[in-house]
Design a protein around this ligand. Structure first.
Ligand code: SAM
Length: 277
């Protein structure tokens, strides 16, 4: 027997049909209709009480409903597709004063300003076409004092693997170094394609990132220059790939063997190279 939804709103599939919301590929619209799954994602974000919760791409609102049902006092949901707004208004009416919908492009929305200094969490089933860029924007917005205390985000599994990758892994690259410098990250669970409407081609993963209390001193721009050069030619030895940045002389200053390759370097070694630039 199916469990009843956590609120008294109609089932999501019925809502989407009633509003004629046909999913659009260009907007990365793969909707979740299973309220048990959206509740699981919301729960995995931890306590929501007292936090501003940002959701990017609420769509028909399955995860939004779960976040509100689980006690989020203030959800700010940024949605680019105006067709979703009437559905989200119905959810807002069910939870008066707790859901603010921002119509617009999340890539151009300043979440930090909207948090207004309150502790914030970001929880989202991200549109895959802009998911990585959104993550990079939030990671680099203000590395010294991030506006978010955690991010619980659905990505394509392969992106999730790149975020949490450790040195030596095929998935380790620029994204893993950036995330590893600033956060502790883990894949919480995978979600199969059949859980979405329409199903995407690949498995998805829910990834959680929390800022490190203490991180290595490092300049972001220089770190990006080093990782860009090193992973741009990941099969080459570092003395070759880092030539434009000083090659062997730079590696000698930090005491790194110039015959090593990018994917063997720890985050600390990348930070040391960035500082030595
Ligand atoms: N949260 C819903 C769910 O889990 O069923 C929908 C998730 S769907 C993967 C991604 C959502 O992001 C869609 O509603 C889409 O319209 C929205 N979207 C796509 N690009 C966006 C952007 N640049 N800014 C804000 N929302 C966007």
């Amino acid at each position: 027997m199916a469990l009843p939804p956590a609120d008294d709103l109609p089932p999501l599939r019925a809502v989407v049909e009633a509003h004629g919301l046909a999913p659009r590929k260009a907007l990365g619209q793969n909707f979740l209709f299973d309220l048990n799954l959206t509740a699981k994602i919301a729960r995995s974000a931890g306590p929501l009480d007292g936090f501003t919760v940002f959701e990017i791409g609420p769509g028909p609102g399955g995860l939004t409903r779960a976040l509100l049902a689980q006690g989020a006092e203030r959800v700010i949901a940024v949605e680019r597709d105006p067709r979703c707004l009437p559905i989200l208004s119905e959810i807002s009416a069910r939870y008066p004063g707790r859901l603010e919908v921002v119509e617009g492009d999340a890539l151009e929305t300043d979440l930090a300003a909207r948090a207004r200094g309150t502790p914030a969490k970001i929880v989202a089933n991200l549109p895959y076409n802009v998911g990585t860029q959104l993550l990079i924007n939030w990671l680099t917005a203000n590395p010294d004092a991030p506006f978010w205390t955690s991010m619980t985000l659905m990505f394509q599994k392969e992106v999730g693997q790149r975020i949490v990758a450790a040195p030596g892994s095929n998935h380790y690259g620029r994204l893993g170094v950036l995330a590893g410098w600033l956060t502790r990250s883990e894949i919480l669970f995978d979600v199969p394609p059949q859980a979405f409407t329409p199903p995407p081609k690949v498995t998805s993963s829910v990834v959680q990132l929390t800022p490190l209390a203490e991180r290595l001193a490092c300049d972001l721009d220089r770190l990006e220059r080093v990782t860009h050069a090193a992973f741009g030619q990941r099969r080459k030895m570092l003395r070759q790939s880092l030539k434009p940045l000083g090659g062997e002389a730079l590696l000698d200053r930090v005491g790194i063997d110039p015959t090593r390759r990018a994917e063997t370097l720890s985050v600390a070694e990348f930070c040391a190279l960035a500082q030595a630039l």
